[in-house]
Write a protein that binds this ligand. Structure first.
Ligand SMILES: [Zn+2]
Length: 121
């Protein structure tokens, strides 16, 4: 897995360096023994990419305890409450929900009459 990080960084650098290969060097990184030269455009792009990244599991923070461990239903995994307008709506609907009555069981049809309707002509 660490090799994947270095490869990804090296590919990122190469993708951006191609547009401005003579730009001033901003810094150099050494990751797992490999040196990477980050020119100014690469450094700016890397910072921008890192700041723009959003974890797909990030559903905001809990209104009640501030935790960031919210599931997609806005249910807080730390305090157990629902958060936000949608969370309130989900909690309200869940409280109002009642299990529907079970469907009546079907009575078996009289075997003789059905059978005779298929076979008689
Ligand atoms: Zn919470």
């Amino acid at each position: 897995m660490p090799d994947d990080v270095v490869d990804a960084l090296a590919q990122f650098v190469a993708r951006i360096d191609v547009f401005d290969p003579e730009a001033p060097v901003h810094t150099e990184l050494e990751v797992d023994g490999r040196k990477l030269t980050l020119r100014e455009p690469v450094a700016r792009a890397l910072v921008e990419a890192l700041r723009a990244y959003g974890d797909p599991r990030d559903n905001g923070s809990c209104d009640h305890c501030g935790s960031r461990r919210m599931d997609t239903s806005f249910h807080c995994n730390d305090c157990g409450r629902f958060s936000g307008l949608f969370g309130d709506l989900i909690a309200q609907r869940a409280a109002e929900y009642t299990e529907p009555d079970a469907l009546p069981t079907q009575r078996a049809l009289p075997a003789e009459s059905e059978e005779s309707s298929w076979t008689s002509s």
